[in-house]
Design a protein around this ligand. Structure first.
Ligand SMILES: Nc1nc2c(ncn2[C@@H]2O[C@H](COP(=O)(O)OP(=O)(O)OP(=O)(O)O)[C@@H](O)[C@H]2O)c(=O)[nH]1
Ligand SMILES: [Mg+2]
Length: 342
């Protein structure tokens, strides 16, 4: 049976073919011609036992594309652009030779946040949660007293030419605000080729970085057989970065990993610290133990400090765009200029 297509309540034209007002179907003003012949309305005929019995219209039109959740893997530069166009994100450039501890830091940070182990930061959101899950699963699943020799695997990118970024939104309890971070997980070869061949085109994104972390394997600065080479490579890397990013090279933090194997000596710190003024860059040093092989050193030591010191440094370096004290201080604009020029 056809559905009723006349808007007169008593009319049975759809069932009998006879109009209540004796109008022809084409001319009757109450007959819903649109609904029967209109091209926009989906019209489904249902056949029961060989005969067309009714016309059923779907409740909703079919979607043009099936809705999907965001993929939540690491983000490519185009996706990063989309996020940064909506809100301010702190972009940290993370460099370091293979096995320096870049991925281990990211895994450690994620595990600390999942366990609510950071004192002054809370997890709020991540648009790359699957990427964090992927890099930290090795560190989470192992039998007690039998840790794997490698907590994270060597980083390989799907597209060798472009960086993969991880996104994190944290609530900063000290400043009472949400902070978005974009952290690339790069393979160590990108740093090796920057040092050895000055290959920098893949690292163009560093020009927009708020901060650069150079991860250094702390063990290599303790062992006399590797110490000189480690200093030499660090010096070359800082020279390359300072040239490449001149005149706006962001603050560089040298992050000594493997703190669980002992803190760097004062002499090492002094020599590394001197690389800043020697190359005209602002430089600081932090130590972390992303994981720990020493029961006396908490795994994740130094990770919160590193985040905090970077945030503080970014806030010092970025002057307020429009000083909101202008209304109550005559010379507020001048003091804003002096911060900018300092
Ligand atoms: N105990 C301890 N182990 C660490 C620390 N940092 C890194 N590791 C170990 O060193 C291994 C290599 O570290 P990764 O973070 O994967 O090295 P990477 O810099 O990402 O290396 P590529 O991806 O090859 O460039 C990890 O699997 C950890 O097992 C640390 O602070 N303490
Ligand atoms: Mg890695």
């Amino acid at each position: 049976m056809m559905e009723k297509v006349c808007n007169q309540p008593e009319c049975t034209v759809a069932q009998t073919g006879t109009c209540l007002l004796d109008n022809s179907i084409e001319e009757c003003p109450h007959y819903d011609n649109e609904n029967v012949t209109g091209e926009n309305v989906p019209f489904v005929e249902e056949e029961v036992e060989g005969e067309v019995t009714s016309a059923v219209q779907p409740a909703l039109p079919s979607p043009i594309e099936n809705p999907k959740f965001p993929h939540s893997f690491s983000l490519d530069p185009v996706e990063v652009n989309e996020i940064t166009s909506k809100r301010y994100c702190r972009l940290i450039g993370i460099l370091g030779l293979p096995d320096a501890g870049k991925t281990a830091f990211l895994a450690s940070l994620y595990l600390l946040l999942s366990d609510n182990k950071l004192e002054n930061f809370d997890f709020r959101d991540s648009q790359s949660i699957m990427a964090f899950e992927e890099i930290s699963k090795g560190a989470r699943q192992w039998s007690e007293h039998n840790p794997p020799s490698q907590m994270t695997s060597h980083t390989e990118l799907v597209d060798e030419r472009s960086a993969g970024f991880l996104h994190l939104r944290l609530y900063d309890k000290l400043n009472k605000e949400n902070v978005d971070f974009l952290l690339p997980d790069l393979p160590g070869e990108w740093t090796t080729t920057l040092i050895d061949e000055n290959r920098s085109e893949r690292l163009e994104f560093l020009k927009s970085a708020d901060f650069i972390w150079i991860m250094l394997d702390g063990r290599s600065f303790k062992d006399n057989s590797t110490k000189n080479a480690a200093f030499h490579k660090t010096k070359l890397l800082i020279q390359r970065l300072s040239k490449m990013l001149s005149p706006n090279c962001p603050h560089i933090c040298l992050v000594m990993t493997w703190l669980d194997k002992g803190a760097p000596s004062d002499n090492v710190i002094e020599k590394l610290q001197a690389l800043g003024p020697q190359n005209g860059v602002s430089l600081s040093i932090e130590s972390i133990a992303s994981f720990s092989e020493d029961n006396d050193v908490f795994p994740g030591s130094g990770v919160e400090n590193l985040l905090r010191s970077s945030l503080t440094m970014i806030n010092i370096q970025t002057p307020e765009f429009w000083n909101d004290t202008a209304a109550d201080a005559d010379r507020a604009f001048l003091s804003f200029r002096s911060v900018e020029n300092s």
